[in-house]
Write a protein that binds this ligand. Sequence first.
Ligand code: AHR
Length: 614
Amino acid sequence: NALLVVNGSIRKMPETLFGVFFEEINHAGAGGLWAELVSNRGFESGGHHSPSIIDPWSIIGNDSLIKVSTEASSCFKRNPMALRMEVVCDGDCPLGGVGIYNHGYWGMNIEKGKTYNLVFYIRSLGSVNMSLSLTDSTGMQPLATTNIIKNDVSNWTKIVTKLEAKGSNSNGRLELKTDKKGVIWFDQVSLMPTDTYKGHGFRNDLFKMVADMKPAFIRFPGGCFVEGEYLRNAFRWKETVGAWEERPGHFGDVWFYWTDDGLGHYEFFQLAEDLGAAPIWVFNNGISHQESVDPAIIMPFVQEALDGIEFARGDSNSTWGSVRAAMGHPDPFDLKYVAIGNEDCGKKYYRENYLQFYAAIRKAYPDIKMISNCDGSRVKLDHPADMYDFHIYSDARTVFSMANTFDRTSRVGPKAFVSEYAVTGDDAGLGSLLASLAEAGFLIGLEKNSDIVEMASYAPLFVNTNDKRWKPDAIVFDSSQSYGTPSYWMQHFFKDSNGATLLNSTLQANASNTLAASAIVFQDPLSKKNNLRIKAVNFGSSTVSLKILIDGLDPNLLDTSGTQTVLTSANVKDENSFANPKKIIPVTSLVEKAGRNMDVVLLPHSLTCFDVLM
Ligand code: AHR
């Protein structure tokens, strides 16, 4: 009861059409993709004004035997706090020693046979004899242990050691203990698994999930994270580069958690390079949720943006390029896009300040594409831009119907970057099938409008299940496991669209307001043959019989068989979970009869793609 006629090609779609947006939200980075296991490694999270807050560090032992406090006695200038630990017992401390422990981000994932790099700094007036261990959450079951004895640590001393796990526990902790009376100061404690992606610090399983999406670009580091509620808590890139021990860390006051900024400006570019994705840097433009810097004094922010670009692109003799080179990347990163702020268009001074950023960057880097926060899809922008940002969060029906949003947009002028889209609210839950189908319909609309839509990315990408600041999300994880929501899997149906040829396709159906379809041709990476792909969303609750007529292509070129891949479930509100992570994932089967005419079935509430080689 529906007909899809495919006849001839329209155009090549942008190579960068579909990518990802990484924001430090929901502990996506700290306690997520960034594999550092210690949280608050420099004891800075309480800040200079609350020296007693060392969370999540805790003490091992009784208050009468051990006292800890933080004080500004670090050897690192930009992060002044250090932990002072005074031990009273001597040779008779209970359980073999007292000390401190850190359980990281809701427990550390310790895996038998794996090695962990432990680095920390200590100072003491006497000799130091300590046991360093990984244990279960109670401290009763040791998983890895080593000891250090140091006679002279009267000056700050860096300790570097390895811990080899003899057991596994996904809710582990790091313990630093001693049985000897005295005072020890600690600072900058880091525990990293040795098996991160290429040794670059990215958690392998989470990296793979993103890489599997074949993102053409990665937008980072936010979102609201870039803005901050107040500017003092915004992401300011200069505070996040250089040696990890020297980074002050900061409290992100929009998503309300501390980050040590191990995943900093450099690491984001490294991530982009490792993913083979074009980096899109969103920088703070002097605007937070509550404040806007007056145009008369915006120049330091403009210079900060220019310096951030130089950090990525400058040669290793340039001021900031040399900092990057010293961090291990002498070659420039391939930065071609920057976004001037996030969701700031309506805010005070946005336009006035934007023009100053735009002029300075255009002059210094004529090839860099600049993205405005103002929506140019309905009215012409009143300022110059290469692209404009477009965000859409709404209910499923609205998002599905927005497939046509860009149909009416002017074909001249800056292109759209749909940098955040998702179904939210009751329709979406923590990530429902319904949400993914609406989003698929929307993306089909973007494919058709890809003459003026240059890029699109779902948001947010990650959620640590222990800190759901925003739902739904594409990838859900805890310390040791992860799964994709239907919205994650939906994006796999579009990963071959980058640079593919869009074909003209016309859908005739009674229930046309619940159907969406597109046809593309791309080169199959395995066989190197052309692959005809037809995607169809059935947003309705009835089965649809679809006749596909391939016109305008030589039918003799088409294979006589193909495959179909379906994303569906019994209930439209169904979700994946840790208990059932593969409840809704793409399922591929053979289509025995392919060719010029194909009779196929679209299941109720489903996304299907038909692939035929040619
Ligand atoms: O994706 C979550 C948030 O939604 C982003 O931080 C912000 O840009 C938008 O409001």
